[in-house]
Ligand binder design. Structure first.
Ligand SMILES: Cc1ncc(COP(=O)(O)O)c(C=O)c1O
Length: 369
């Protein structure tokens, strides 16, 4: 059985005619940079989410950096986030000379604990970045409340969560700024890199737009320190085709996750928890293995079942950040525990029941040894 972690090839084959036509149209137009599809795709996302502005850029990482630059994050500032996330969340804070200040995660949802944020706030704190890890919304209301009370910006890292809802409302619509990734394996994936910043604040939207364009609104006149961060027209054209199917794919992921969870109830395994405020669009299907995760991983590898550990080392213990941050082992015990326990199983909309049964059987065999 040829199981893929994320089956981008199978998905392409299914929508090939439409995608090929969209790409050929861009090729024929010659408008590879800022062609009409880029603007149309921004409008599509605005309509899809119900948000005033969606600014395309080159990656999810750039989206985070642009959002932080728009909030004037400078050296000496602090930004609160979770240590249990992809490195880009903290990297973009650090690259601007600011300090990532971590708050530990909830042991059921893997997302930042809002009740611990208050004690991490100092006079230097400027923003909070909750991450919707694995496709499940962080608990936004209390995060936004503590941010409002302390005059802080909330920037959602929704790289893994386009289409997710919090209390029935789409994520990326409730905070000051939100960041999306179109990395190929994401729920809405391009055929290369891509990203987007969303906001309901027109002034901030204009600032992000300009920062992404060398700090400029008029060619050769520069208002802000900026960067060059664009979404290619070809990627926008592909994403326009794919966006039409996103909700249906997210639903298929959710159903696949339910099937896994129904069949993976066994001692030693904790299946994902769905918070009552979230939908969960299962960017990843991630289980906790109580004692022997690394052995299970070897067992799955032996059976050619793809799997991944997101993430093996929490950010406060990463070499690149350890010395500057001053954090130590033991500072964020839940994140550290989860780094030793989690393993993600294949998850995508085209996963078949036959493939899932094979994976479930392999986990069961291992756990019963
Ligand atoms: C939580 C999180 N933040 C940010 C990013 C960065 O996105 P990109 O790879 O598009 O730069 C990712 C992508 O993996 C992510 O998972």
């Amino acid at each position: 059985m040829n199981i893929q972690m994320v089956d981008v090839k199978r998905q392409y084959q299914r929508y090939k005619t439409e995608i090929d036509a969209a790409v050929m149209e861009v090729m024929a137009s010659g408008q590879f940079i800022n062609g009409p599809a880029v603007h149309k795709f921004s409008e599509d996302i605005q309509n899809y989410l119900g948000v005033k502005a969606a600014i395309p850029c080159a990656s999810g990482t750039d989206a985070l950096q642009l959002a932080l630059m728009a909030m004037d994050i400078v050296p000496g500032d602090e930004v609160i986030t979770t240590p249990f996330t992809f490195v880009a969340t903290a990297e973009t804070i650090a690259i601007l000379g600011a300090k990532p200040v971590y708050v530990d995660i909830d042991d059921k949802t893997f997302n930042i604990r809002p009740d611990l944020i208050k004690e991490a706030i100092t006079s230097r704190t400027k923003a909070i970045i909750p991450v919707h890890l694995y496709g499940q919304s962080a608990d936004l209301d209390p995060i936004i409340e503590v941010a409002c009370d302390n005059n802080l910006a909330v920037i959602e890292d929704a790289a893994q969560a386009l289409g997710e809802k919090y209390k029935g409302k789409p994520v990326c619509t409730m905070s000051l700024l939100s960041c999306i990734s179109f990395f190929p394996s994401k729920n809405l994936g391009a055929f290369g890199d891509g990203g987007m910043v969303t906001t309901n604040n027109e002034n901030l939207a204009e600032k992000v737009r300009q920062i992404a364009n060398h700090g400029s609104s008029e060619r050769y006149y520069h208002n802000f320190l900026g960067v060059n961060s664009r979404l290619d027209t070809i990627q926008a054209a592909i994403l326009r085709v794919k966006l039409k199917h996103l909700d249906e794919w997210n639903q298929a992921r959710h159903e696949n996750a339910i099937y896994y969870s129904e069949n993976l109830q066994m001692p030693g395994i904790i299946t994902p928890f769905i918070a009552d405020f979230a939908n969960h669009i299962f960017h990843q299907y991630t289980i906790q293995v109580e004692s022997n995760r690394n052995e299970l991983q070897k067992y799955l590898n032996g059976k050619k079942i793809p799997n991944a550990i997101y993430y093996p080392i929490p950010l406060h213990l990463q070499k690149a950040y350890r010395e500057v941050s001053g954090y130590r082992e033991g500072d964020f015990p839940v994140s550290e525990k989860m780094a030793e326990r989690v393993i993600s199983l294949p998850m995508h909309p085209d996963l078949t029941r036959e493939e899932q049964d094979y994976i479930i059987e392999a986990v069961r065999e291992f756990m019963q040894q």
